[in-house]
Design a protein around this ligand. Structure first.
Ligand SMILES: *Cc1c(COP(=O)(O)O)cnc(C)c1O
Length: 378
């Protein structure tokens, strides 16, 4: 397929899904019919050669997409589960959680829930986590002893802000080489380049239902050798998320518990589609759609919520400058088989969020903008 030349979306012709039906919410996102269809194939035994071949193929492709030579674990779970996996395996002593939105707050909650010694660093919502802020917090915490890990969200879906996780990792390495860098890329992974090994990210985790454009239910995490070595020293890793157990099974291209076979089939097809489009072309498409969304907002006199220079490549959070009734806007859009998101939490009614990730193409966005303009009389 000549994806690079394809500026419009593939037509969605799935039973029950009108060709014009589109989600612009930041997950779950639209899934291509070929990917949906892959899930209807008959079951196979998960200890079969056929399944292990599928798992091995997916893991090899994921390693390329993560830009890692280490490993990628694939689990029947969601991104939040990988928050828990990262904490349980990589934190014996203290962890610093940087909180600049709802999902970084969740990771903090998970760390507390796991009974860890957590240092919480609050930063203003709608701003990015900066390397200097990380350096300051880490240096202060180090005065009380070692810090096992830091957590940071690459792309805060609640505010539409992307943080410079490569620079953050470099700062952590220079101050405290043994501190692990744990990164959530749930809503940005596969929409922008995150070179895991080059940037020294010990864990990068994501879920299936955002930019990867798969149904919900799969979670992925790249895990460095350092992170795996750390797990050996940490007590209370549990069972389902135990990296040492996952590693033993990964060597046989499978998981300890029954994998989500149908979702794995969908993943196999979607990864082929991603590589057919071209990984760099896919990143470029996401950046183009983000730039177009920002330009449209500016043209219409709508401000962005994100701190200047840190706007997300996959979801734009736009101030509700004209005080639109967002529920009414979504009702209007529903009549045109589209949906966008209200602001998150305190921003409900004050902002709209437009996801431009996964199967979203230029023509889809233009149709959305046209409908919003019609609703608002712009
Ligand atoms: C959606 C999201 C999550 C939660 O992922 P689940 O798969 O729903 O558990 C975590 N972090 C970010 C940045 C997200 O966008």
């Amino acid at each position: 397929m000549a994806f690079s030349a394809m500026m419009t979306s593939p037509i969605f012709e799935t039973p029950g899904h009108k060709p014009s039906q589109r989600l612009f919410i930041p997950g779950p996102t639209d899934v291509h019919p070929a990917v949906l269809a892959a899930q209807t194939a008959p079951m196979i035994g998960h200890r079969s050669d056929e399944f292990e071949a599928l798992y091995a193929k997916c893991e090899a492709q994921l390693k390329q997409l993560f830009f890692t030579d280490f490993r990628v674990y694939i689990l029947a779970a969601t991104g939040s589960a990988m928050h828990e996996a990262a904490i349980r395996n990589c934190v014996g002593g203290r962890v610093i959680c940087f909180v600049n939105g709802a999902f970084s707050q969740r990771w903090y909650d998970v760390a507390v829930g796991c009974g860890k010694d957590v240092v919480r660093v609050d930063l203003a919502w709608c701003t990015a986590v900066k390397p200097a802020q990380v350096a300051e917090a880490l240096a202060a915490a180090l005065r009380d002893g070692p810090v096992d890990a830091i957590t940071v969200v690459h792309n805060e879906t609640s505010t539409g802000v992307a943080s410079p996780v490569g620079e953050i990792a470099a700062v952590v390495r220079s101050l405290s080489p043994e501190t692990l860098v744990l990164v959530d890329a749930v809503s940005s992974f596969s929409g922008t380049r995150i070179p895991v090994d080059e940037w020294g990210l010990d864990i990068l985790l994501t879920s299936s239902q955002k930019a990867l454009a798969l149904p919900p239910g799969l979670a992925f995490a790249s895990v460095s050798d350092r992170a795996l070595a750390k797990a050996k020293t940490v007590q209370g890793r549990g069972w389902y998320f135990d990296f040492l157990l996952l590693e033993r099974y990964l060597k046989r291209s499978t998981t300890p518990a029954t994998p989500a076979i149908s979702l794995m089939r969908a993943l196999g097809v979607q990864l082929d589609r991603i590589f057919a489009e071209g990984v760099e072309a896919r990143f470029a498409r996401h950046h183009r759609l983000a730039a177009r969304t920002r330009a449209w907002a500016a043209e219409k006199g709508l401000g962005l919520m994100a701190e200047e220079g840190y706007a997300s490549p996959t979801v734009s959070t736009i101030a509700n400058t004209f005080g639109w009734d967002i529920e009414a806007l979504n009702l209007f859009l529903a009549g045109r088989e589209m949906e966008l998101s209200d602001g998150y939490g305190d921003y409900k009614g004050k902002a709209i969020r437009i996801a431009h990730m996964g199967e979203c193409w230029d023509a889809d966005l233009e149709r959305l903008f046209g409908a919003v303009e019609e609703f608002a009389g712009l």
